[in-house]
Design a protein around this ligand. Structure first.
Ligand SMILES: Cc1cc2nc3c(=O)[nH]c(=O)nc-3n(C[C@H](O)[C@H](O)[C@H](O)COP(=O)(O)O)c2cc1C
Length: 196
């Protein structure tokens, strides 16, 4: 049985990473095992309308990469260099034949996958800012599969740390790179999250 503290540590380790070791591929079988985790997620009306396309060949990864936008707050960074790029992607798609609204199934499933990946030393970044037409073409998606998110995955080649904001509503929540090139992510403190 997982303890509360173990779960908290796992969540704390489950950060967004954007620089990876491009020489370390992720096996298709590992990615299938990660997708399997979503079977245990709650689903609105238990409809389970989300599907995943696995991208892990070098050629497909290279074709997908230009469709993605990285780290909007890091305005002087153009995204990972070739040797730092993700070695796999999961394209989360909505089967629009089943519904046009998955409510929050998408986020719940992404979290399950990233938590599972963290236990294997694999990390990644949930990406919403992408060119949908390119993603659909590269992924060879029938038009009834609407890509909702791209989850970029790899073995990290950067250090990511959390810091607390100062607890004010207008605190600077933008992530940044510090003098050691560590990626720093400000999080609002507990006091601010609980109303009253
Ligand atoms: C719904 C959603 C969409 C996101 N889209 C992008 C994106 O398009 N590009 C990107 O670089 N990061 C994206 N992110 C990652 C966030 O920037 C990241 O979660 C945030 O900076 C907090 O860092 P953390 O995940 O380590 O807590 C997205 C995250 C979420 C939850």
């Amino acid at each position: 049985m997982t303890t509360f503290d173990e779960l908290k540590a796992l969540l704390a380790s489950d950060r967004s990473y954007r620089r990876f070791d491009a020489s370390r591929p992720i096996a298709n079988d590992t990615l299938s095992r990660l997708v399997e985790l979503v079977r245990f997620c709650p689903s609105a009306r238990n409809l389970q309308p989300l599907r995943y396309r696995i991208i892990c060949s070098k050629d497909e990864c290279a074709a997908l990469f230009p469709a993605l936008k990285w780290a909007g707050y890091l305005t002087d960074w153009d995204g990972p260099e070739e040797h730092e790029r993700p070695t796999a992607y999961l394209i989360q798609c909505l089967d629009t034949r089943l519904t046009t609204n998955c409510l929050c199934d998408d986020g719940l499933q992404l979290e399950a996958i990233t938590l599972g990946a963290s236990t294997l030393g694999i990390h990644g970044c949930i990406i919403k800012a992408f060119n949908a037409a390119t993603v659909s073409t590269v992924s060879n998606l029938p038009d009834y599969y609407k890509p909702l998110y791209v989850l970029a995955l790899g073995y990290p080649a950067e250090t990511v740390e959390l810091t607390d904001t100062d607890g004010t509503m207008d605190a600077d929540i933008r992530y940044y790179r510090d003098e050691n090139d560590h990626h720093i992510v400000p999080k609002r403190p507990l006091d601010e999250l609980i109303i009253g």
